[in-house]
Design a protein around this ligand. Structure first.
Ligand code: BJW
Ligand code: ZN
Length: 248
């Protein structure tokens, strides 16, 4: 794939860069996406698993689903997409990763300034007293939802389910960073879930150059300045390589 000269020119003059990522960036690490051909929600219904009422109705089932996903995340490694983002961050005065992912693979790849809009699967909290628990405190094989040591309340994953607010201040900070960005990469997201999907819109409204990297066209493709179709783990390293040549 050829990287457009316009994108390289924008990168060369950019001071502030923002990466807005979704499940697609972790697909090459072996973590399933939600939607699309191989998405987990082709088989499982989000309304039965990814909301608070579903958890209260059947806490063991929801817990077991997250334990299963945690095991997959634990067995996986950051891929060249995550690693390139972490490397690219070092070349810009301001850089932020705004992710919808809960897998912590950006952190494990060495990225800095990460804003997790939908929480982190490695954390849990008691629904009654809000005591936090690391996922390592529970066996992956444990299928029953744990009870809080302090109050006996149900312990849930620290992720954002449908109908829930995003973590306090995180979305606002992401919007602020988006509005300051000169260039915004939208990587591996269907951009259908709100308010997260406002992030690239916010960047665009404030003059950022939008670059989408996805294996297929999405809701946002018509609004971006540069749409690169292909795998994030292949396109991002290619951009980095050409950028390094261009700034020599
Ligand atoms: C590759 C690739 C490769 C693959 N390389 N690319 C109507 C209109 C607007 C909003 C709403 C509405 N009705 C309801 C709402 C609100 C709702 C919402 O947005 N719903 C829409 C779906 C309609 N939003 C909420 O409820 C949010 N909260 C909220 O609004 O609070 C305010 C409020 C509170 C109370 C009352 C009223 C208002 C919360 C949203 C929480 C989302 N949570 C989840 C689950 C997280 C926990 C978990 O992991 O289990 O977050 S849902 C799921 O979707 C997950 C993701 O972060 C999120 C986004 O998905 P993502 O990352 O885009 O993945 P995919 O699978 O969709 O796409 C993958 C892409 O990768 C594809 O495009 C592939 O092509 C691509 N790809 N391989 C590059 N190798
Ligand atoms: Zn408790």
């Amino acid at each position: 794939m050829n990287i457009p000269n316009k994108l390289l020119a924008e990168l060369k003059r950019a001071k502030s860069i923002l990466f807005f990522t979704g499940a697609g960036i972790s697909a090459e690490s072996g973590i399933s996406t939600f939607r699309g051909e191989h998405g987990i929600w082709n088989k499982l219904k989000p309304e039965e698993l990814a909301n608070f009422d579903a958890f209260m109705k059947n806490p063991d089932m929801v817990w077991e689903w997250y334990q299963y996903r945690r095991q997959i995340v634990d067995d996986s490694e950051p891929n060249p997409g995550h690693i390139t983002i972490a490397e690219m961050q070092n070349h810009f005065e301001n850089s932020t990763v705004v992710t919808q992912n809960v897998d912590n693979l950006h952190g494990r790849a060495g990225s800095k300034n990460i804003l997790e809009l939908h929480g982190n699967i490695e954390r849990n909290f008691c629904i009654d007293c809000k005591t936090y628990y690391n996922s390592r405190e529970f066996q992956f094989a444990e299928k029953h939802v744990p009870k809080c040591e302090k109050c006996g309340g149900l312990v849930r994953p620290d992720v954002v389910w449908f109908g829930e607010m995003l973590p306090a201040g995180v979305f606002e900070e992401a919007e602020r960073k988006a509005s300051e960005s000169d260039i915004c990469f939208i990587v591996g997201t269907s951009a259908v879930v709100y308010p997260a999907a406002y992030i690239p819109i916010s960047a665009k409204q404030n003059g950022a150059y939008l670059v989408e990297i996805n294996i297929e066209l999405t809701n946002i493709s018509d609004s971006v300045d540069c749409c690169l179709i292909g795998k994030a783990g292949e396109i991002l390293p290619r951009i980095m390589e050409e950028y390094l040549t261009a700034i020599k």
